[in-house]
Design a protein around this ligand. Structure first.
Ligand code: SF4
Ligand code: SF4
Ligand code: FES
Length: 323
């Protein structure tokens, strides 16, 4: 079958503007996008530039946008893509500085990974240096560790998740899904001695509380690392470790408290509990609170909805079970 591939290109040696190239190639059911690109580079246009190595979805280097979605070129079947999308338009991954064609600057991605201390710190206070010898996991808890990791150690560093991340798009300082999933991987490692320090570092600006839970990182990850789910686990572990002073952590703890006590979400009381002590933020909420009340969006404090006792009972039984 003959098909056309449209490529978004950038070659600063030729022109400072982005441009488009169309290539017509033969493909069959087994042709991957990467094999098509290699054919184009070797037979049609040697200037086409992209990264690739393993051809087997292991090295993570061939990530690009395929019909607007971040994908590994070596895992994309041209036939399937044409069947589902009816076209083949490719370009560099989103939200990254393009160096040439599909090659993007990944320095900020690696900087984020480095920032979470991506190795086991087996001696307290030794976070400044990478380990110099192997520290094998004890055999007994291996199964438990495997379950705890939830595949967070399956990352191949392709950067698809960072490129798709809604927070990173507007806040480049955000640590990002891959680095946070990796942080989780070390927080739950029983050999690591700086778990609390790791959790404290993740409370800072650009840490776990900046994720807006858009789920894009989960949907594009080719290795089912599910970074957002690891971030949610880090949030739970942080609160359990007593790190609940941020407004975002207070939102979770006070939300649960209000619903447990009243059997409903009391949107009049919740912001006050959440922002208690953060006076400037609390006063800034007053005009919004008045507007909500006037439009019936904030509940009257003494009126309880039907069924609130059942909700209270559910919360009580859950609390009793966790004791
Ligand atoms: S869920 Fe969070 S980390 Fe994942 S892409 Fe969305 S904002 Fe980024
Ligand atoms: S978490 Fe998934 S999408 Fe993100 S870098 Fe790792 S393998 Fe790629
Ligand atoms: S070439 Fe290695 S992941 Fe595609």
């Amino acid at each position: 079958m003959r098909t056309q591939i449209t490529v978004q290109r950038f070659n600063p040696d030729r022109t400072p503007e982005h441009f488009v190239s169309n290539y017509s190639i033969e493909c069959d059911r087994g042709t991957t996008l990467l094999s098509a690109l290699l054919h184009i580079k070797n037979q049609i246009d040697g200037t086409l530039t992209f990264r690739a190595s393993c051809r087997a979805a292991i090295c993570g280097s061939c990530l690009m946008q395929v019909n607007g979605v971040q994908k590994l070129a070596c895992r994309v079947s041209l036939h399937e893509e044409l069947e589902t999308r009816g076209r083949l338009e490719i370009g560099p991954m989103a939200n990254m500085l393009v160096i040439k064609d599909m090659v993007v600057e990944l320095a900020s991605f690696w900087k984020k990974i480095k920032a979470i201390t991506p190795y086991v710190v087996a001696d307290e206070g030794a976070a400044s240096g990478a380990p110099t010898r192997q520290r094998a996991q004890q055999a007994a808890p291996l199964q438990n560790i495997h379950e705890e990791l939830h595949n967070a150690d399956g990352c191949i560093m392709c950067a698809a998740c960072l490129s798709a991340c809604a927070t990173f798009e507007v806040s480049p300082g955000f640590l990002g899904p891959a680095a946070l999933a990796k942080a989780y991987r070390f927080v739950v490692d029983p050999r690591d001695k700086v778990r609390q320090d790791r959790l404290m570092m993740l409370q800072e600006d650009h840490g776990i509380w900046d994720c807006v839970r858009c789920n894009f990182c989960v949907s594009v990850c080719p290795k089912e690392v599910a970074p957002m789910e690891q971030i949610v686990r880090l949030r739970r572990l942080s609160i359990a470790a007593g790190l609940n002073e941020s407004v975002e952590a207070a939102h979770i703890t006070q939300f649960t408290k209000v619903v447990g006590e009243e059997g409903r979400l009391n949107e009049t009381r919740l912001p006050v509990l959440m922002l208690w002590g953060h006076w400037r933020k609390l006063f800034r909420m007053i005009p919004l609170a008045i507007k909500m009340f006037l439009r019936g969006k904030a509940p009257f404090p003494f009126k309880r909805p039907k069924g609130y006792k059942q909700v209270q009972a559910i919360f009580k039984s859950r609390t009793d079970r966790n004791r």
